[in-house]
Design a binder for this molecule. Structure first.
Ligand code: GLU
Length: 551
């Protein structure tokens, strides 16, 4: 087609729309005035109603990259795929980011003052895309394609049979060389069409692409006449990405590694549109060790509950712990930094894209739990109280009513369980759900799943009766323990460890075995924080009731 015909075609396709010009948009969305090291990053989720760990991983990286150097981090909702759109999904995205403490400066969900680069939801930007699509048609770089599904299917079949690259390109791109008259005729028949890029790439050329995480990669030029506007005039991801990240003045596109293969298309689109290419950082996929095979595999939405962000909320993981864990996955030197600066906020860490994991971030639940234990043990009991209480209110209302009825009691429980005031803090608590389980012995008589006594029923009975007869609530910890020793002595247990080790056959056990009987009888557990303290939290009456039930 001639230049004039291209212009005529553009008019034919878009003439009825009132579109702004490219210049107007360039002016509306000016370049941002930021330092030359500052980056503009964005999270661009599709509202599918599911937020996964990978989303949070990217969001945290985006947020850190922007905020470490006074840049901007914004949220864009990519809802061009109507089939995947789910009611309430946008709220879920915003709410999840908020819960995990990831703050964005601009974008969807901030309401008034959300920023001047909006709208930040793609479905509200149709006319912007059309301005740029029209321009491509005018330049002969895009054309309508009226192929129906079955025609495309036939092309694909033929290519498969001939073992050729599948797709709409070169001689297979049947509408690429049609005349204006043929196109006019199809339009007049009311045939639906998509708009395709007229690719200028050549099949045997490669180019070198520099990824901020992966380094230099050689990629083939794009040769596909990819769809840029779908039949309903809604752009594809590729086209919306180019237009939006250009006009929103994104400087660094951080996204899942699955998009690396689309880079040739994006490079061609940016060139065709006359846009400067942003920097790209393609992140590694989240991996885990498969418990069955022992091999590494991708974390999957379907079979791994820990992939979903709602899992961490429902189990009551403290968002700060998740953040610390993700930071260790994101930057290889974070862990050491954090060890050396345990009190410093993760925001103080000098985050670097260059240090990002290139080979698949390995998700490890044990590691996460150990981070949780460390981090929770650094909080004071008030902070832990508030966190567990909020969780219980939402996820365990029945327990909440019982456990949190007496604030002072719960605070002393937490103080004890966390070892507050002791030389070394205890590290027993992992998440709110497990913490409630852990402190349950203070609020409920031991129920199912108790640890078993290791002594004979006769000895258990004798020990407990002896214990009850000597018990005095006023005894301090030391006196109380002396009495345990006396009970040991009376019942054939050794009170001196050395003596016991030399002649174990002469004794039924030693003092610690006696203490264990009392401990299990009162708490149902062989391992607990200090037993004397437990007794002084649950009270004499409750202790006696529990013991009597065992005799
Ligand atoms: N909407 C795309 C996705 O959810 C975003 C990719 C990108 O960040 O550009 O995969």
């Amino acid at each position: 087609m001639t230049e004039n015909e291209n212009i005529e075609l553009a008019e034919l396709l878009f003439g009825e729309e009132e579109l702004k010009t490219r210049e107007e948009y360039e002016e509306m969305y000016p370049y941002r005035k930021l330092g030359n090291k500052s980056e503009v990053t964005r999270l661009a989720p599709s509202p599918t109603g599911f937020m996964h760990l990978g989303n949070l991983y990217s969001a945290l990286a985006d947020e850190r990259i922007a905020h470490t150097k006074e840049g901007v981090f914004f949220l864009r909702i990519e809802d061009t795929d109507a089939k995947r759109k789910v009611e309430g999904a946008v709220e879920l995205v915003i709410d999840s980011l908020k819960y995990f403490g990831i703050e964005f400066d601009e974008g969807e969900g901030l309401g008034q003052g959300s920023g001047i680069y909006g709208p930040y939801t793609q479905s509200e930007r149709k006319e912007i895309y059309h301005t740029f699509a029209k321009e491509l048609v005018e330049k002969g770089l895009a054309y309508p394609c009226f192929c129906e599904e079955d025609e495309l299917e036939a092309i694909r079949k033929e290519q498969e049979e001939k073992k050729e690259l599948t797709g709409y390109y070169g001689r297979y791109a049947v509408w690429r060389e049609k005349s204006l008259d043929e196109i006019k005729e199809a339009i007049s028949m009311g045939k639906p069409y998509v708009l395709r890029l007229r690719s200028q790439g050549s099949p045997d050329k490669e180019f070198t692409f520099k990824d901020e995480i992966k380094g230099e990669v050689n990629l083939p030029e794009n040769i596909h006449d990819v769809v840029i506007l779908k039949k309903d005039g809604i752009p594809t991801y590729h086209f919306a990405h180019a237009v939006d990240d250009h006009l929103m003045r994104t400087t660094l596109v951080l996204r899942g590694g699955e998009w690396l293969a689309s880079v040739p298309t994006h490079v061609e689109l940016f060139n065709a549109l006359g846009f400067k290419l942003p920097k790209y950082a393609h992140t590694a996929h989240m991996m885990k060790i498969d418990p069955e095979t022992g091999g590494k595999r991708k974390l999957s939405k379907r079979s791994d509950p820990e992939m979903s962000l709602s899992f961490y909320r429902e189990e009551g993981y403290h968002p700060h712990c998740i953040k610390i864990y993700l930071m260790t996955l994101l930057n290889s030197n974070f862990e050491e930094w954090h060890r050396n600066n345990p009190e410093a906020l993760p925001e103080e860490f000098p985050f670097s894209v260059k240090k990002m994991n290139n080979s698949g971030a390995l998700f490890d639940m044990d590691k996460l739990e150990s981070i949780c234990k460390d981090e929770l043990s650094m909080l004071d009991e008030g902070a832990v109280y508030e966190f567990i209480e909020n969780w219980a209110k939402e996820f365990a209302p029945e327990k909440h009513a019982v456990y949190f009825a007496d604030k002072e009691k719960m605070l002393s429980v937490l103080r004890l369980c966390m070892g507050v005031g002791q030389k070394r803090r205890r590290k027993d608590l992992i998440n709110a759900k497990q913490a409630l389980e852990f402190v349950s012995i203070f609020f409920e008589s031991p129920g199912d799943g108790e640890d078993e006594f290791k002594q004979t029923p006769e000895d258990v009975k004798a020990i407990l009766e002896d214990y009850l007869s000597r018990f005095d609530y006023e005894d301090d910890n030391q006196v109380w323990f002396e009495k345990i020793k006396e009970i040991a002595q009376n019942n054939g247990f050794a009170t001196d460890r050395k003596v016991y080790k030399e002649n174990p056959g002469n004794f039924k056990g030693e003092t610690s075995d006696v203490a264990e009987v009392v401990r299990i009888a009162i708490t149902g557990r062989a391992n607990t924080p200090d037993l004397w303290s437990i007794i002084h939290i649950i009270g004499e009456e409750e202790m006696k009731e529990r013991l009597s039930a065992k005799i």
